[in-house]
Ligand binder design. Structure first.
Ligand code: ZN
Length: 207
């Protein structure tokens, strides 16, 4: 359902530094510095879309979104409106990606409407959400970013620039692995209860 925006429109902030959001047209504002000095990420304060690189139009954002399609036809996305993203900021594990956009349920609904689709189902990806919460929390203690997931799987990561920092990152990861997991489990369960889990898979239907 469309929501009426305030009478003082956010569009007033549009400009070269604040390009329009490809999902809803409101200006993108600076969000945070990406890990590894990869530049400034922006976010939309209306629909929550995160933009990690130069932004494009809705077609480019949809192409990026479609990269999350899984074998069963659903499309997975890491939720920028999740507890883990809000709690850990620049530590959020979902920040480290080769892709340009980070989605929210609201941004997804607006984007797929451009091609006359709507979200008809949403499934929780709890395992991936929990791992994301765990790695995001660990990231707040380490020099590098996604140290464990980058080594164990195909998740992009940023290593620290010095050998001693990389060694310390592994020490921190090993020491904190279990206590952080014990903390991450109820936190992600709570996030799930209030609809702010780390990862969802959505089913789309043509209108
Ligand atoms: Zn937006």
């Amino acid at each position: 359902m469309e929501v009426d925006l305030p009478k003082v429109p956010l569009e007033a902030g549009l400009g070269p530094e604040n390009p329009p959001c490809p999902a809803c047209g409101e200006p993108l504002f600076p969000w945070l510095e990406l890990p590894g000095g990869k530049g400034l990420a922006r976010r939309c304060e209306a629909c929550g879309l995160g933009v990690l690189a130069e932004t494009g139009d809705s077609g480019m954002a949809l192409t990026d979104f479609d990269l999350g399609r899984t074998d069963d036809g659903l499309i997975a996305f890491d939720n920028r409106a999740s507890f883990q993203a809000s709690l850990t900021g620049a530590g959020w594990a979902g920040l480290e990606t080769e892709r340009s956009y980070r989605f929210t349920p609201e941004a997804v609904a607006r984007l797929v409407a451009f091609r006359d689709q709507k979200v008809v189902g949403r499934k929780l990806a709890f395992g991936r959400s929990l791992i994301g919460m765990w790695q995001s929390a660990i990231n707040t203690f380490t020099f590098g970013h996604n140290v464990a997931l980058g080594t164990l799987g195909d998740t992009p990561s940023v290593e620290a620039d010095r050998a001693w920092k990389r060694a310390l990152d592994w020490f921190i990861t090993v020491v904190l692995a279990v206590p952080v997991f014990i903390l991450a489990l109820p936190l992600e369960a709570l996030a799930t209860l209030v609809g702010r889990a780390g990862c969802y898979r959505v089913e789309l239907e043509v209108l």
